[in-house]
Design a protein around this ligand. Sequence first.
Ligand code: PMP
Length: 360
Amino acid sequence: MSSYNFCAGPAMLPADVMKQAQQEFIDWQGQGCSVMEISHRSAAFIELAAQAEQDLRELMTIPDDYAVLFCHGGGRGQFSAIPQNLSQSGQAADYLVSGAWSKSAVDEAKKYVDVNIAATIGFTDEEWKAPEQNTWSLSENAAYFHYCPNETVDGIKMPYIPQNIKAPLVADLSSMILSEPVDVEKFGLIYAGAQKNIGPSGLSVVIVRRDLLGNARANTPSIMDYQLLDKHDSMFNTPPTYAWYLAGLVFKWLKEQGGVEKMHQLNQQKAQLLYQTIDQSDFYNNRVPVEYRSLMNVPFQLADSSLDSAFLQQAEQQGLLALKGHRMVGGMRASIYNAMPLSGVQALTDFMQDFVRRMG
Ligand code: PMP
């Protein structure tokens, strides 16, 4: 029986990538040791690192005037690196809140910058609210505008890129990077924790327009200073080398699959199948309005929550893993990132329909 891992992150990686990593684990490219055991200053590693960056640039069509940084500290690390690099003390920054992760970004940013909540999207007092952009409250001289286009916990995806924002747009793409084309040029900075669509946790990728470099506050930790990282090709200190290597394998795999456009088609197909199964039955429920539904993270509730544990237990027996919803929202959640094959979603929807027949 095959098993499918629906974890929101760290999430499943492509099976082909895992097999290649296993084959190369002890002896990488005939070096006589693992890639984990070689110096980040060695020619072989420097080549690997540059190739990974090059492949990411191709996959996302990243223009030359953007730096690509491979950083420590995951997604949250960037919650504090961003205000330290892009704002000065006492300045305002605008934040859109559309779920749990943009809220956490706000909480961290408040330590450094005068946070203005431009608008809140989501369920407030059980009622869905998504104020039109022309009603948002923007600061006069915001250092930047931060938002999270795909909210991992809430399963909410912004259906549009905010328009006519004067301040540089900063986007947390942790749970959707490489899942669909993104017009990088619309953004001042894009960042993503790796553990969903890129590779192992700990690593984060930052794509930043070069004119925004060089403004870090004097007390910014060196390992978070974008300009310093850029100057040292993300090797100011020892980078997370194994995670970088695996990210490189994932980028190669994505190119072999036909790139981001192709993944997007497949991701739409997967999400459609799952949402259809949820919507077709009164037994399951997803409350997010169709236009705002995530393609990557699909939370759903059982109408009768007393069946939750039976659902999870039986799913696991069928090899359908990690479907328990986030502790903040309960219910179920299926995360269906790039590495999840269509067959995995089919197995899940078959199980869901069968569960209704037996238990409904
Ligand atoms: N942003 C988003 C959208 C996330 O989903 C997560 C993690 N699930 C984070 C930030 C935080 O990432 P990390 O745990 O790597 O700090």
